[in-house]
Design a protein around this ligand. Structure first.
Ligand SMILES: Cc1ncc(C[n+]2csc(CCOP(=O)(O)OP(=O)(O)O)c2C)c(N)n1
Ligand SMILES: [Mg+2]
Length: 892
């Protein structure tokens, strides 16, 4: 690990080093830290000029960033806060232990909160401001598996009943329970942000902090000093998402953002960096990214020892240990610490000579010392110009003693034996006797006790309780008919893609008096791909610093215009970051009381497939808005090949319960879906969000037939009836998206060449049809005495004669999953398999979804039904130029 003080230069006398250090001390005293820093900087430059090869290091020594003399006075009653914290520790532990006594293996975590209690309590008592009508409040992302501590505090605050605590992780018990982790879906009045899928919250917090600035710069909310706090585990920083956007935070100078990383040096299985130092590693990454880094390593008990150490030996020794050794010290006796840590140098031993072994063992770490933590938080909230990360050293399972403190197994510890419970009780002074305490009862002092009074007074001073989720936005009022009407009329023969049609709608929505300002277009560097570049000029690209350069295309109509009040979030090549912006904008109705309506448009293959876990978190968070999967369809996006051609996303959208997924074919279908979506989400307050695939294949957009709006929304409607309904040979063809046109061509071929009269249906959403089908089945199963419900698909096809054939640009499983509610066998064509670099026609031949294959599938069904001779089918295969022995696209 890089540490300037950890290597002893050859041939240098200690006394010489001492002189240098002393002269720096005197500069520090006489002229202050800025002058001292300037001298060091000059020395560094001087050394470089004189050919001294200084190794690069982004690290500072393994010591607290804030020296004791710069620590502010702790403003609270430290003893009382300790008692409150002890009660929370007890109740958090009791929740987990009790839950596991009732139901073995129900799980829960004791050791994470145990290590982070001080980090949270200093926040709750002195920093986290609640949301109110007057002030937007701070935004706090709590570490997911520290949730027992948050519940235990809410219990003391009188916000959560003992019964609810009793039912921690047993949410289905009478009276309800508490969700294992922060889930706004399950506890919508309490949790705001789902954090337990590790790595998501740091990235979401960064984009949340940036979105707060966006709202301010666009004049949509007042400028405030509200902060975004994100509490992470040190192991969590292994997730690439955790550190993946930290340079955005510094580039955007997000001094409204504070990360607190609980560095207990352990994750689930063992040490985070047993052979290294996670704190130093994180420090260099964050400092390298130009964050303000505050290390909180050592508690106040260490201060006098550091003071006695005029030679800098202690900090040097601290920089030498790897985390595995630090962990060993935590579980060892004072005598061991003396021998193995201080014993490396007689001068170090001398420093701690006056201290008994027990005092050595109890030397606290910085993250367990409220004064040190307060100093760090205060410095963080006062810091200007960059985000802050606090690296706080703690002990995992703090206070659990033999039951797990600092041990590798501590993360999984859910049960304590009688002795361990008594010891924990005594260590934290919980007023329970030896007999009572082994029952692990929840303990809440009387309402008029000093503890409860203090706790309530502190929260009152900070504006109320945290976490608390509430919806403060007002529903929209207009119906927006005017906005969407023109798209019902078709394109008059002009060939346009559904993407172009959507962009036309977006352009119109942006001008609307009610929703125009609320729209947040989000693109990960694909605006040109989707033909959105005209919006650059009209609404501008958001930039917190405006535009400091003359764009190269300034003389063109559609130049690249960045502006402080720009509306587009051009995120660069980060679908994860764009999704985090989508989440921030789509949940602003709750976080800020503002109905922002995000439209996030991206390469459809890089959505559900790449960032599905963020989408899951968005769903949990009741995010609203529209995700547009552009360049969609395995055969509609030509040329791009295996990595880009998306035939998956409509299937991958299936598991997300509150996501409505549509695969529209025509402009009017999109108009109907979006208009209805805005109504449902922003007028009626439904907790749904939309996924709409749009394609880049141009074709004429037909006008909307009469009476199809409900069908579009419910998932299917008959687009074009057969010309000759009385024909002997009948068929029903189902198509979606761009493939609907193939079905329409097949309709013609079937009619003119084979005398088959086919109706063509546009299936806008297999997911809607599926959900409706399974809901009908379920209702019928549970209500056998009542009139059976009929799935919408079945109703549609009641009087639809003939064989059934579906073709989709997605997997065949989509049509297959609704086939059981159809009156007869369904033949499904789809694009299972890897894409290819090819043109559309070849791709549709390869995947067997073009009009010829739809025709053959129809004839085959008629043959199986005994309606036509095999020779007709054989001839058709030949006439249509189909190679019956071509490779199977599914596995080739
Ligand atoms: C994406 C993801 N992978 C795995 C897990 C399972 N998990 C929960 S906690 C944990 C260890 C956490 O270690 P750390 O981040 O250091 O937190 P600590 O409990 O030490 O504060 C793991 C692996 C998860 N929640 N999310
Ligand atoms: Mg950890």
């Amino acid at each position: 690990m890089d540490n300037e003080l950890s290597t002893q230069p050859h041939g240098m006398e200690d006394v010489e080093i001492q002189e240098w250090l002393e002269s720096l001390d005197s500069v520090l005293e006489s002229s202050g830290p800025e002058v001292a820093a300037e001298i060091l900087e000059r020395l560094r430059a001087h050394a470089t000029v004189n050919g001294i090869d200084l190794p690069f290091t982004a690290n500072t020594p393994y010591a607290n960033t804030i020296p004791p003399r710069l620590e502010p006075l702790f403003p609270g009653d430290q003893e009382l806060e300790r008692r409150i914290k002890s009660l929370i520790r007890w109740n958090a532990l009791a929740m987990v232990v009790r839950a596991n006594r009732v139901e073995h293996n129900i799980g829960g975590h004791i050791s994470t909160y145990a290590s982070a209690a001080t980090l949270y309590e200093v926040g709750f008592n002195h920093f986290f401001r609640a949301r109110s009508e007057e002030f937007e409040g701070d935004t706090v992302y709590f570490q997911g598996h520290a949730s027992p501590g948050m519940y235990a505090r809410a219990f003391l605050e009188g916000r959560i009943s003992a019964q609810k605590l009793e039912n921690f992780r047993r949410e289905l018990k009478p009276g309800g329970g508490l969700s294992s982790y922060p889930h706004p879906w399950l506890m919508p009045d309490f949790w705001e942000f789902p954090t337990v899928s590790m790595g998501l919250s740091p990235l979401m917090a960064i984009y949340q902090a940036r979105f707060n600035r966006y709202l301010e710069d666009r004049g949509m909310k007042p400028v405030t000093d509200a902060k975004v706090w994100a509490f992470l585990g040190d192991g969590e920083t292994d997730e690439p998402e955790s550190l993946g956007a930290i340079t955005l935070a510094s580039r955007e100078k997000l001094d409204n953002l504070i990360f607190v990383i609980n560095c207990n040096l352990q994750r689930l299985d063992g040490p985070v960096r047993g052979n290294g130092q996670i704190i130093q590693e994180l420090e260099s990454a964050f400092r390298g990214a130009r964050w303000n880094v505050i290390k909180v390593l050592w508690g106040s008990e260490w201060d006098p020892i550091f003071e006695r150490d005029t030679e800098g030996l202690l900090v040097k020794r601290m920089g030498e240990l790897v985390d595995g050794e630090y962990q060993k010290l935590v579980v060892s006796s004072g005598a061991y610490v003396r021998e193995h840590f201080f014993g490396s140098d007689p001068r170090l031993l001398q420093l701690v000579e006056p201290l008994p072994d027990e005092a050595l063992r109890r030397l606290r770490l910085g993250g367990h010392d409220p004064r040190k933590v307060y100093a760090a938080y205060k410095a963080a909230v006062d810091h200007k110009g960059s985000p802050t990360v606090i690296l706080a050293r703690t002990i995992k399972g703090y206070g659990l003693g033999e039951a797990g403190e600092g041990k590798n197994v501590t993360h999984q510890q859910k049960k304590l034996n009688e002795d361990e419970l008594r010891e924990f009780r005594s260590r934290f002074g919980i007023p329970l006797n030896d007999v009572d305490c082994i029952e692990v009862p929840f303990y809440r002092p009387a309402e008029d006790s000093v503890e409860i009074q203090y706790l309530r007074a502190r929260r009152e001073a900070l504006g109320g309780y945290v976490p608390k989720r509430s919806i403060r936005s007002k529903p929209l009022v207009a119906d927006h008919d005017d906005l969407f009407k023109e798209f019902h009329e078709g394109s008059d023969g002009r060939e346009v893609s559904t993407t172009m049609a959507f962009v036309g709608m977006l352009r119109k929505m942006l001008k609307d008096s009610e929703i125009g300002k609320l729209i947040v277009p989000i693109v990960p560097d694909e605006a040109r791909t989707f033909g959105m570049e005209s919006l650059f000029r009209t609404v501008g690209i958001y930039s917190s610093v405006g535009q400091r350069y003359e764009p190269v295309d300034v003389n063109t109509l559609l130049y690249y215009k960045e502006a402080k009040d720009g509306q587009i979030l051009e995120e660069g090549i980060t679908e994860a970051g764009s999704m985090a912006s989508f989440i921030a904008a789509g949940s602003a109705y709750a976080t800020h009381g503002i109905n922002t309506i995000p439209f996030f448009i991206y390469y459809s293959m890089f959505g559900f497939q790449r960032i599905a876990d963020f989408i899951w978190a968005a769903a949990d968070m009741r995010t609203r808005g529209f995700m547009l999967g552009g360049t969609a369809g395995r055969t509609t996006l030509s040329g791009e090949g295996l990595q880009h051609q998306d035939g998956n996303s409509q299937v991958l959208a299936l598991p997300v319960p509150n996501n409505k997924a549509y695969d529209p074919a025509f402009a009017y279908e999109i108009a109907v879906i979006i208009q209805d979506g805005i109504r449902r989400m922003y007028k009626d307050g439904e907790n749904v969000f939309y996924y709409i695939t749009v394609m880049n294949e141009p074709y004429a957009m037909p006008p909307m037939p009469a009476n199809v709006k409900d069908g579009i929304l419910q998932g299917m409607y008959r687009f074009r009836r057969a010309a000759n309904a009385k024909a002997k040979l009948r068929a029903q063809l189902f198509g979606s998206g761009a493939i609907l046109n193939e079905a329409l061509r097949a309709q013609e071929i079937l009619e003119t060449k084979y005398g088959v009269a086919a109706d063509v249906w546009s299936v806008t959403s297999y997911k809607e049809l599926y959900n409706d089908g399974i809901e009908s089945e379920r209702w019928n199963r549970l209500h056998p005495a009542e009139k059976a419900r009929v799935p919408y698909v079945t109703k549609c096809l009641v009087d639809a004669p003939g064989v059934l054939v579906a073709a989709s640009d997605y997997l065949k499983t989509l049509p297959n999953m609704i086939s059981k509610w159809m009156p007869r066998h369904l033949a499904s064509l789809g694009t299972d398999g890897f894409g290819r670099s090819e043109g559309r026609a070849s791709l549709r031949d390869f995947f067997e979804v073009d009009s010829r294959f739809i025709t053959v599938a129809t004839l085959h069904e008629l043959f199986v039904d005994g309606k036509i001779e095999r020779s007709v089918l054989d001839k058709a295969i030949k006439d249509l130029g189909i190679d019956a022995d071509k490779p199977n696209p599914v596995i080739s």
